[in-house]
Design a protein around this ligand. Structure first.
Ligand SMILES: [Zn+2]
Length: 207
Protein backbone atom coordinates (compact mmCIF):
# COMPACT_ATOMS: atom_id res chain seq x y z
CA UNK A 1 0.00 0.00 0.00
CA UNK A 2 1.34 3.44 -0.88
CA UNK A 3 1.32 5.87 1.98
CA UNK A 4 -0.31 9.27 1.70
CA UNK A 5 2.13 10.82 4.12
CA UNK A 6 5.90 10.98 4.39
CA UNK A 7 8.64 12.05 6.79
CA UNK A 8 8.53 15.76 5.90
CA UNK A 9 4.74 15.78 6.06
CA UNK A 10 4.72 14.21 9.52
CA UNK A 11 7.34 16.62 10.88
CA UNK A 12 5.56 19.64 9.43
CA UNK A 13 2.24 18.64 10.98
CA UNK A 14 3.79 17.80 14.36
CA UNK A 15 5.57 21.17 14.37
CA UNK A 16 2.34 22.94 13.54
CA UNK A 17 0.40 21.01 16.18
CA UNK A 18 2.92 21.80 18.90
CA UNK A 19 3.60 25.28 17.57
CA UNK A 20 7.38 24.89 17.46
CA UNK A 21 10.04 24.63 14.78
CA UNK A 22 12.79 22.02 14.99
CA UNK A 23 15.94 22.79 13.02
CA UNK A 24 17.92 19.70 14.02
CA UNK A 25 18.69 17.02 11.45
CA UNK A 26 19.26 14.50 14.22
CA UNK A 27 16.24 12.21 14.05
CA UNK A 28 16.45 11.19 17.72
CA UNK A 29 16.32 14.82 18.75
CA UNK A 30 13.50 15.62 16.31
CA UNK A 31 11.41 12.70 17.63
CA UNK A 32 12.07 13.68 21.24
CA UNK A 33 11.19 17.33 20.68
CA UNK A 34 8.02 16.48 18.76
CA UNK A 35 6.89 13.64 20.98
CA UNK A 36 7.05 11.08 18.17
CA UNK A 37 7.92 7.40 18.19
CA UNK A 38 11.53 7.41 16.99
CA UNK A 39 11.60 3.79 15.75
CA UNK A 40 8.50 4.30 13.63
CA UNK A 41 9.79 7.66 12.41
CA UNK A 42 13.07 6.08 11.25
CA UNK A 43 11.18 3.39 9.36
CA UNK A 44 9.08 6.03 7.59
CA UNK A 45 12.17 8.07 6.70
CA UNK A 46 13.95 5.03 5.28
CA UNK A 47 10.85 3.96 3.33
CA UNK A 48 10.71 0.75 5.34
CA UNK A 49 7.26 1.20 6.82
CA UNK A 50 4.77 -0.80 4.80
CA UNK A 51 1.36 -1.28 6.34
CA UNK A 52 -0.26 -4.63 5.74
CA UNK A 53 -2.45 -4.58 2.65
CA UNK A 54 -6.16 -4.48 3.39
CA UNK A 55 -8.12 -7.43 1.99
CA UNK A 56 -10.96 -5.89 0.00
CA UNK A 57 -12.32 -9.31 -0.93
CA UNK A 58 -13.22 -10.20 2.64
CA UNK A 59 -16.53 -9.88 4.43
CA UNK A 60 -16.07 -7.96 7.70
CA UNK A 61 -19.01 -8.71 10.00
CA UNK A 62 -21.40 -8.47 7.09
CA UNK A 63 -19.73 -5.52 5.39
CA UNK A 64 -17.56 -5.30 2.31
CA UNK A 65 -15.54 -2.32 1.16
CA UNK A 66 -14.57 -1.16 -2.32
CA UNK A 67 -11.74 1.33 -2.64
CA UNK A 68 -11.67 3.93 -5.41
CA UNK A 69 -8.26 5.57 -5.52
CA UNK A 70 -7.19 8.53 -7.56
CA UNK A 71 -4.03 10.55 -8.12
CA UNK A 72 -4.06 14.08 -6.83
CA UNK A 73 -0.99 16.26 -7.36
CA UNK A 74 1.30 13.24 -7.15
CA UNK A 75 -0.44 11.93 -4.05
CA UNK A 76 -3.42 9.66 -3.55
CA UNK A 77 -6.97 10.33 -2.55
CA UNK A 78 -9.41 7.58 -1.62
CA UNK A 79 -13.14 7.07 -1.79
CA UNK A 80 -14.94 4.02 -0.45
CA UNK A 81 -18.14 2.19 -1.16
CA UNK A 82 -19.27 0.19 1.88
CA UNK A 83 -22.07 -2.32 1.48
CA UNK A 84 -23.93 -4.90 3.51
CA UNK A 85 -25.19 -8.37 2.60
CA UNK A 86 -28.43 -6.90 1.22
CA UNK A 87 -26.36 -4.59 -1.01
CA UNK A 88 -27.31 -1.39 0.81
CA UNK A 89 -24.37 0.90 0.36
CA UNK A 90 -22.88 4.13 1.62
CA UNK A 91 -20.41 6.13 -0.44
CA UNK A 92 -17.61 7.74 1.54
CA UNK A 93 -16.08 10.71 -0.33
CA UNK A 94 -15.66 10.96 -4.10
CA UNK A 95 -11.90 10.85 -4.79
CA UNK A 96 -12.79 13.09 -7.75
CA UNK A 97 -14.01 9.94 -9.43
CA UNK A 98 -17.82 10.08 -9.58
CA UNK A 99 -17.94 8.07 -12.82
CA UNK A 100 -15.91 5.22 -11.37
CA UNK A 101 -18.04 5.18 -8.22
CA UNK A 102 -21.24 5.08 -10.27
CA UNK A 103 -19.83 2.28 -12.41
CA UNK A 104 -18.82 0.17 -9.38
CA UNK A 105 -22.26 0.57 -7.83
CA UNK A 106 -24.04 -0.39 -11.04
CA UNK A 107 -21.79 -3.36 -11.79
CA UNK A 108 -22.26 -4.74 -8.30
CA UNK A 109 -25.99 -3.94 -8.38
CA UNK A 110 -25.79 -2.07 -5.09
CA UNK A 111 -28.49 0.16 -3.59
CA UNK A 112 -26.85 3.46 -2.69
CA UNK A 113 -28.44 5.16 0.34
CA UNK A 114 -26.29 8.27 0.85
CA UNK A 115 -22.92 9.93 0.46
CA UNK A 116 -20.88 10.54 3.60
CA UNK A 117 -18.31 13.30 3.28
CA UNK A 118 -15.37 13.19 5.68
CA UNK A 119 -14.51 16.84 4.95
CA UNK A 120 -14.94 19.50 2.32
CA UNK A 121 -11.53 19.46 0.61
CA UNK A 122 -11.90 19.45 -3.17
CA UNK A 123 -10.12 16.15 -3.71
CA UNK A 124 -12.65 14.45 -1.41
CA UNK A 125 -15.88 16.04 -2.63
CA UNK A 126 -15.43 16.93 -6.28
CA UNK A 127 -18.09 15.28 -8.47
CA UNK A 128 -20.56 14.61 -5.67
CA UNK A 129 -23.38 16.26 -7.64
CA UNK A 130 -22.99 13.68 -10.39
CA UNK A 131 -23.52 10.85 -7.93
CA UNK A 132 -26.49 12.61 -6.34
CA UNK A 133 -28.06 13.15 -9.75
CA UNK A 134 -27.46 9.57 -10.84
CA UNK A 135 -28.98 7.91 -7.78
CA UNK A 136 -31.18 10.63 -6.24
CA UNK A 137 -29.55 10.25 -2.83
CA UNK A 138 -28.62 12.72 -0.09
CA UNK A 139 -25.29 13.87 1.28
CA UNK A 140 -24.14 14.10 4.88
CA UNK A 141 -21.22 16.30 5.85
CA UNK A 142 -19.77 18.16 8.83
CA UNK A 143 -21.92 21.14 7.91
CA UNK A 144 -25.20 19.42 8.65
CA UNK A 145 -24.35 16.64 11.11
CA UNK A 146 -24.37 16.95 14.88
CA UNK A 147 -21.55 15.46 16.89
CA UNK A 148 -22.18 11.75 17.59
CA UNK A 149 -25.22 11.79 15.32
CA UNK A 150 -26.48 8.34 14.40
CA UNK A 151 -27.36 7.40 10.85
CA UNK A 152 -28.68 4.12 9.59
CA UNK A 153 -27.63 1.93 6.72
CA UNK A 154 -30.66 -0.33 6.71
CA UNK A 155 -30.67 -1.48 10.35
CA UNK A 156 -26.97 -0.96 10.90
CA UNK A 157 -25.96 2.07 12.95
CA UNK A 158 -23.43 4.54 11.62
CA UNK A 159 -22.02 7.05 14.05
CA UNK A 160 -20.76 10.42 12.83
CA UNK A 161 -18.18 11.88 15.19
CA UNK A 162 -16.85 15.40 14.63
CA UNK A 163 -13.08 15.23 14.44
CA UNK A 164 -11.68 18.67 13.62
CA UNK A 165 -7.95 18.73 13.01
CA UNK A 166 -7.02 18.33 9.36
CA UNK A 167 -9.96 20.62 8.63
CA UNK A 168 -12.61 22.26 10.77
CA UNK A 169 -15.47 20.29 9.25
CA UNK A 170 -13.85 16.83 9.54
CA UNK A 171 -16.16 13.98 10.46
CA UNK A 172 -15.19 10.39 11.23
CA UNK A 173 -17.79 7.76 10.39
CA UNK A 174 -17.90 4.61 12.47
CA UNK A 175 -19.46 1.79 10.43
CA UNK A 176 -19.21 -1.76 11.74
CA UNK A 177 -15.53 -2.34 12.53
CA UNK A 178 -14.39 0.54 10.33
CA UNK A 179 -13.59 4.16 10.98
CA UNK A 180 -13.55 6.39 7.92
CA UNK A 181 -11.37 9.30 8.95
CA UNK A 182 -10.75 11.17 5.70
CA UNK A 183 -7.45 13.05 6.01
CA UNK A 184 -7.59 13.24 9.78
CA UNK A 185 -4.86 10.63 10.14
CA UNK A 186 -2.64 8.87 7.64
CA UNK A 187 -1.28 5.37 7.94
CA UNK A 188 2.34 6.42 8.46
CA UNK A 189 1.53 9.15 10.95
CA UNK A 190 -0.70 6.71 12.81
CA UNK A 191 2.28 4.48 13.53
CA UNK A 192 4.29 7.47 14.72
CA UNK A 193 1.69 9.09 16.99
CA UNK A 194 -0.56 6.20 17.90
CA UNK A 195 -0.89 7.06 21.60
CA UNK A 196 -1.88 10.66 20.93
CA UNK A 197 -4.58 9.44 18.57
CA UNK A 198 -6.05 6.95 21.03
CA UNK A 199 -6.27 9.70 23.68
CA UNK A 200 -7.84 12.09 21.18
CA UNK A 201 -10.43 9.53 20.13
CA UNK A 202 -11.35 8.67 23.73
CA UNK A 203 -11.89 12.36 24.44
CA UNK A 204 -14.06 12.78 21.35
CA UNK A 205 -16.43 9.94 22.06
CA UNK A 206 -16.81 11.09 25.67
CA UNK A 207 -17.67 14.67 24.73
ZN1 LIG B 1 -8.11 17.00 3.04
Amino acid sequence: MDLEDNYEDIIRKAERGLNKKIDSSDIDEVARELNLNVRALKKIKDGKYKPKAFDYGKNYDGLKVVNIRNEFYGRHVNAYVVFDEDKNCAIVDTAQSPERIIKEIKERKLNPRFILLTHGDGDHVYGKEKIVKEFGIGIYSGDDLKNNQELKLDDRKIKAVKTPGHSKDSVTYSIGMFLFVGDLIFAGSLEVVIILIVNYWNQLIKS
